[in-house]
Design a protein around this ligand. Structure first.
Ligand SMILES: Cc1cc2nc3c(=O)[nH]c(=O)nc-3n(C[C@H](O)[C@H](O)[C@H](O)COP(=O)(O)OP(=O)(O)OC[C@H]3O[C@@H](n4cnc5c(N)ncnc54)[C@H](O)[C@@H]3O)c2cc1C
Length: 286
């Protein structure tokens, strides 16, 4: 909500020259700020040379967390790829449409521990591979495209058309832009004096970013509602028909989409939800 309010200010012409906004908390006493936001205060003083108890600080919305990711079996941590286990921010399951408070780092600690154990159990009897085999990565062809510049351009387009506030028109426009990039990359691959490895890595990176951006467009277009951090200006209400998980899988080079109902909460979680009391004082958990 705060990020959307920032977006509105910027888009209605009240942002700064950089397309940011001013955040001002100087109406609160210094004592309050030092008690409630000690790290914010010291960090902004150190890096921006601004004392937030006296002056406003220039800020911009940014991506804080990805609330979607790789499907895995929550009992075994297995994905659809054999012996490929996941945990942490790259996964789906834990947070739904909105991650609240500081529970991401807690998640990584809990789930990584379980995954580590699962890996130990799975590979207990497999001897480590000590061979000195060198993996040879075949070079990609040379061309005229500036890979780093292209990555920056793609990021800017996604930021422009699929960020905090989305519309069908803008998402379709981005879909078109991304497919044009695919063609461009295929035609004019990289001008660079990099070694083979870096060249191939950049190639993969650009394609991963494109895949990722296309998936964002695809599911954001399908989800004709607003839920959690996904906000559609043309569908601003939550719609219970979309209370489900979308799954996208690449089959024969094409994205195939399905969806699954969200599983009912366990009895422990339901108990937590039923007895949960809204805190009367939301503060940043530093
Ligand atoms: C600005 C900001 C503030 C945040 N504040 C909080 C907070 O206050 N509390 C909280 O709980 N959470 C917070 N989060 C979220 C939290 O930091 C992340 O969700 C968490 O660190 C994710 O951990 P991870 O291990 O899943 O992924 P990451 O920390 O992203 O680790 C992934 C690692 O994989 C490496 N990697 C990537 N590709 C490859 C590859 N091909 N080969 C080998 N290695 C690779 C990366 O270099 C990286 O080291 C914040 C996030 C941001 C951006």
């Amino acid at each position: 909500m705060v990020a959307r309010a920032n977006f509105q200010e910027i888009h209605e012409g009240r942002g700064t020259d950089k397309w940011w906004v001013w955040l001002d908390i100087s109406h609160k006493s210094k004592k309050y700020i030092l008690e409630r936001l000690p790290k914010m205060h010291s960090m902004i003083l150190k890096y921006n040379n601004v004392d937030i108890s006296k002056d406003p600080v220039e800020i911009s919305p940014t991506t804080h967390y990805t609330m979607w990711g790789i499907w895995f079996d929550p009992k075994t941590y297995e994905t659809t790829l054999k012996n490929f286990f996941v945990a942490g921010e790259c996964t789906m399951w834990v947070h739904g449409a909105n991650r609240l408070w500081g529970n991401s780092l807690m998640e990584t600690m809990v789930f990584w521990k379980n995954v580590a154990q699962r890996i130990l159990d799975t590979f207990e009897n497999i001897a480590p591979d000590n061979s000195d085999e060198v993996v040879h990565i075949s070079p990609v062809c040379e061309g005229t495209l500036d890979a780093n510049g292209t990555l920056t351009e793609i990021r800017k387009e996604v930021w422009e058309y699929a960020w905090i506030v989305r519309t069908e028109e803008e998402l379709l426009k981005l879909t078109q832009i991304l497919s044009e990039y695919r063609i461009k990359i295929q035609k004019e691959w990289i001008k660079c004096s990099w070694d083979e490895y870096t060249n191939t890595m950049m190639h993969n990176r650009i394609h991963t970013v494109l895949d990722f951006a296309e998936l964002i467009c695809k599911w954001a277009l399908e989800r004709k509602e607003s839920r959690g951090a996904h906000y559609r200006l043309d569908y601003p209400e939550m719609d219970e028909r979309f209370a489900r998980n979308y799954l996208h899988q690449v089959c024969d080079g094409k994205i195939v989409s399905t969806w699954k109902d969200v599983p009912a909460p366990s009895s422990e979680l339901q108990y937590g939800l039923d007895t949960f009391e809204e805190p009367n004082n939301y503060g940043h958990q530093e």
